[in-house]
Design a binder for this molecule. Structure first.
Ligand code: HEM
Ligand SMILES: [Cu+2]
Length: 545
């Protein structure tokens, strides 16, 4: 790591198209990530609106069953693999080096490679729409649905190749984050005293490293079964489709923590800043993530309570899943304690952080319910599960992502997003979200299965579905507001200065946007919240103790 500012190139960044596509600067790569993944969020969102439009009422024929299958499959796949997982890596790219006082990631060129692999993976997946039909076996692509006559053509092969590229991208990224965090922290920053977002990226990267090989193997085996006559998943050929389910969920359950831990890291940065208090129980929040990460590898079969495992196996996975509620509860307790008696300021990033906690609690509770085997048997493959995943992934991860966008936009672009529009965005978003997803609990309990393109009348499902569709379009409206805010504010928004929020962490000590080398002088820190401890000037009030 270079230290003398004078030996560095001039900090004025090059501009123009070529300079962006050849960049190895972690901040630019971070921005490429953010824009690309947000684009995929819009694509996945339009797919969601299509699904919702089709389900608005019984017996509609807006799109037929074949297209429906493609659209909901691509919706789930896009949201998870092309939006939530990589956008959090995008935040990591931009902010991990800044938060630890480093000048770049450990391997800038590998960093560039992970971005391009992600983009191409996304293009491969989506090109299937024009090249003969998109994947249609759900984001879980269970065998034999994904290996038999139902999925002829090459749609599932696009899915396999796209996800392999995305998987390599995230593995490379994880190695890069781990090496950066472990070896490039500025003087004085202890591993246990890192900002919580950095800690969560470290834990997440370790999970990526352990989990991703499993889906890689699964995808390759699926490809062989589909194209080269192997019979791993074929009962007739002596194989077993449950091999797919085990491999898939051994990755995909940890993947839900890969999607939530960094978002938890973001709100752990935001909550203390707008409570003007240090994060309560820092060590508890930190170590509970490790606990979640380890335990997260021991619960995958809670997705498979239907397959006829012995009672002892089901009991183990049920108990392990419920135990995960403990470290999660610890986090929630500490976040709320951070707010308690703080000088709480309800800025837009703070609203989204509090929204995260509230919505995530609902998703967590339905999760504990689903971990109980008898409940799971009743609700499996119903809209109750769809409600659950959206409260966790949307109410959790996506709220965290918006919190991070409002919080860090002034650092990345030098201008704050408009707070008034931001608050409108938040309230419309939260209203739309609950309209769209809360009723799914009820219609699920009434027996509506997921992954159906239409349904008969007379089952009492219509009203719930109508409200849900209205909610979905309300969310779309709020996202549109966000985009307008973004475009307008990035041109003419209020200038934020180095430290618009009175932040506690190192990124706020450099200019907005930071120079190419991040810090003129590599900082030295002592303890948590270095900027507060150092008594630097604050835009807001002084923090308590
Ligand atoms: C814009 C708001 C959204 C709406 C209105 C929406 C709506 C839906 C609906 C109605 C389904 C069920 C489709 C079916 O089973 O037939 C679904 C499935 C799913 N959604 Fe969303 N969704 C939204 C955002 C998200 C986000 C942000 C994520 C993830 C981070 C996500 C992840 C998923 C997943 C994984 C599935 C399962 C797909 C499958 O069964 O293969 N959704 N969504
Ligand atoms: Cu799971």
């Amino acid at each position: 790591m270079a230290t003398a500012a004078s030996t560095l190139p001039a900090s004025r960044p090059a501009s123009g198209f070529m300079s962006w596509i050849t960049t190895v600067d972690h901040k630019r790569i971070g921005i490429l990530y953010l824009y690309t993944t947000f684009f995929f969020f819009i694509v996945g969102g339009l797919e969601a609106l299509t699904v919702r439009a089709q389900l608005t009422w019984s017996n509609l024929k807006f799109i037929g069953p074949d297209v429906y299958n493609q659209v909901f499959t691509m919706h789930g796949t896009t949201m998870i693999f092309l939006f939530v997982i990589p956008i959090l890596a995008g935040f990591g790219n931009y902010f991990v080096p800044l938060l630890i006082g480093a000048r770049d990631m450990a391997f800038p060129k590998l960093n560039m490679l992970s971005f391009w692999l992600l983009l191409f993976g996304g293009l491969v997946l989506n090109s299937s729409f024009v090249l003969g039909g998109a994947p249609n076996a759900g984001w879980t692509s269970y065998a034999p649905l994904s290996t038999t006559v139902y999925s002829t053509g090459s749609a599932i092969d696009f899915w396999i190749f796209g996800l392999l590229l995305v998987g390599i991208s995230s593995t490379i990224g994880a190695i890069n984050f781990l090496v950066t965090i472990l070896t490039m922290r500025c003087p004085g920053m202890k591993l246990t005293e890192m900002p919580m977002f950095v800690w969560s990226m470290m834990v997440t990267s370790a999970m990526v490293l352990f989990a991703t090989p499993m889906i890689t193997v699964a995808l390759i085996v699926l490809f062989l079964d589909r194209n080269f006559g192997t019979l791993y998943f074929s009962v007739a050929g002596g194989g077993d489709p449950l091999i797919w389910q085990n491999l898939f969920w051994f990755y995909s359950h940890p993947a839900v923590y890969i999607m939530i831990l960094p978002a938890m890291g973001i709100i752990s940065e935001v909550l203390p800043v707008f409570s003007r208090k240090p994060l309560f129980g820092h060590q508890f929040i930190a170590w509970s993530s490790v606990f979640i990460a380890v335990l997260g590898f021991a619960v995958w079969a809670h997705h498979m309570f239907q397959v006829g495992s012995p009672l002892s196996v089901d009991s183990f996975f049920a108990a392990a899943s419920m135990v995960i509620a403990v470290p999660t509860g610890i986090k929630i307790f500490n976040w709320i304690s951070t707010l308690y008696q703080g000088a709480v300021k309800l800025t837009t990033p703070m609203l989204f952080a509090i929204g995260f906690i509230s919505m995530f609690i609902i998703g967590g509770l339905s999760g504990v319910a689903l971990a109980a085997v008898p409940v799971n048997w009743q609700t499996h493959d119903t809209y109750f599960v769809v409600a659950h995943i959206h409260y966790v992934l949307f109410g959790g991860s996506v709220f965290g992502i918006f919190s991070g966008l409002y919080y860090w936009a002034p650092k990345m672009f030098g201008r704050k997003l408009n707070e008034r529009l931001g608050k409108w965005h938040f309230w419309i978003h939260t209203l739309g979200f609950n309209l769209a997803f809360f009723g799914m609990h009820m219609v699920g309990l009434l027996g509506m299965p997921r992954r159906i393109y239409t349904y008969a009348s007379g089952q009492g499902w219509e009203v719930y579905n109508l409200i849900s569709t209205i909610g979905a379009f309300t969310i779309a409206l709020s996202v549109l507001l966000f985009m307008i805010n973004w475009v307008v504010s990035m041109r003419s928004g209020e200038a934020g200065g180095n430290d618009p929020w009175g932040g506690a962490t190192l990124e706020w000590s450099t200019s907005s946007p930071p120079p190419a080398h991040n810090f003129d002088i590599v900082p030295t820190v002592h303890g948590l919240n270095p900027l507060w401890a150092a008594g630097e000037h604050h835009a807001g009030e002084q923090p308590h103790a």
